[in-house]
Design a protein around this ligand. Structure first.
Ligand code: AHM
Ligand code: MG
Length: 334
């Protein structure tokens, strides 16, 4: 059977009118940058890239050397192609407009360059998450506020998981598709077209150590899962938590499940841990395009109006029927 490379897949999407030539270029450039990040990640201690960078990001989190390196790789790859107006990242306080020496394009790119980076030093899967928006018309100087568009306006979203194999999962609003990196030839090959998340599941992913901090509806939902066959749900559930959102979501896309990072009482001012613009929105777009659902416990994530670039949000995503039950419990308790 003929293999379909990412390049060919994107050309075909362009011919079908699903993406513009500039968006095709943008996705190809991001994929190329992800190959470089994959290379750096896989070198581990031999590449001298493990450990802390000795700096912090705007969210007060310590940056790993690979966080900083991955951010630079994505910025450098994307600045000269003429397809972007600006980039924004978990690792930068504000958006970075494309330098004036290069032509400006019509898209805005957001990314979490290395998600789950606390896992790097222990050789567990990490990933890159990205989201693409249109730049509003008539903007001469892009600012953070121009990125504050609801997730449903994304024109593309994807992630790359650096696991036993490197995989890129992508949506341009026409299904969710998975590509595996062929290391010998250096290209991503389509290995799963139109991924589907089963509507029902017996698997959940949550950091259980936070249980005592959860609000009542979240405790009720998880307690019912833990009660197993003899409890109200009438079946046994299994739990998995990699603590790399990319790896946890990838498992859910592959075999179903529900992923939860709720708001809790530990830090009442924070509406959750994960970031809306470059974690929750792209993952929600990918999951919905595979037949799953994504809410913040009350509303569809893709309908939320962002108010800040680094805004946090509670996340419930994955198998539709489980997300619906968890969301119903939260709404009922309002
Ligand atoms: P990061 O972007 O700083 O790596 O943080 C996000 C990560 C997610 O990948 C993961 O789901 C979560 O944080 C894990 O949180 P916890 O440490 O509470 O298990
Ligand atoms: Mg992250």
């Amino acid at each position: 059977m003929t293999q379909v490379s990412l390049a060919r897949f994107l050309i075909e999407e362009q011919r079908a009118g699903h993406i513009t030539p500039d968006l095709r270029l943008l996705i190809e450039v991001v994929a190329r940058a992800c190959k470089s990040i994959s290379h750096a990640v896989s070198k581990g201690a031999l590449g001298g890239v493990l450990g802390d960078a000795g700096t912090g990001n705007i969210q007060g989190e310590a940056q790993k050397k690979l966080d900083v390196l991955s951010n630079e790789i994505l910025l450098e790859a994307n600045e000269w192609g003429g397809h972007l107006a600006a980039c924004a990242s978990e690792e930068m306080d504000h958006c970075q407009p494309i330098p004036n020496v290069y032509p400006k394009g019509h898209y805005l790119l957001l990314f979490d360059p290395l998600d789950g980076s606390s896992n790097i030093d222990v050789n567990i899967s990490v990933g890159t998450i990205f989201s693409v928006l249109r730049c509003p018309d008539g903007i001469s100087e892009v600012r953070d506020e121009h990125f504050l568009q609801p997730g449903r306006t994304q024109v593309a979203a994807g992630y790359t998981v650096y696991g036993p194999s490197t995989m890129l999962v992508l949506t341009v609003g026409n299904g969710t598709h998975a590509f595996t990196l062929d290391r010998e030839h250096g290209s991503f090959i389509l290995t799963q077209r139109a991924m589907r998340i089963p509507e029902d599941t017996k698997e959940f992913a949550v950091n259980m150590s936070n249980r005592r901090h959860w609000h009542a509806p979240m405790q009720r939902y998880i307690d019912e899962l833990l009660a197993g066959k003899t409890g109200p749900r009438g079946k046994d559930f299994n739990m998995r938590w990699v603590a790399s959102m990319v790896a946890d979501v990838h498992r859910i896309l592959t075999r179903g499940g529900i992923f939860i990072y709720p708001r809790d009482k530990k830090d009442p001012d924070k509406p959750g841990k994960l970031r809306l613009m470059y974690e929750a929105n792209p993952m929600s777009f990918i999951v919905e395009q595979a037949g799953g659902a994504a809410t913040n416990g009350y509303e569809r994530i893709l309908d939320l109006q962002p108010t800040q670039l680094h805004e946090r949000v509670a996340v419930f995503l994955g198998s539709k029927n489980e997300v619906e039950i968890a969301t119903r419990y939260h709404r009922e308790a309002q």
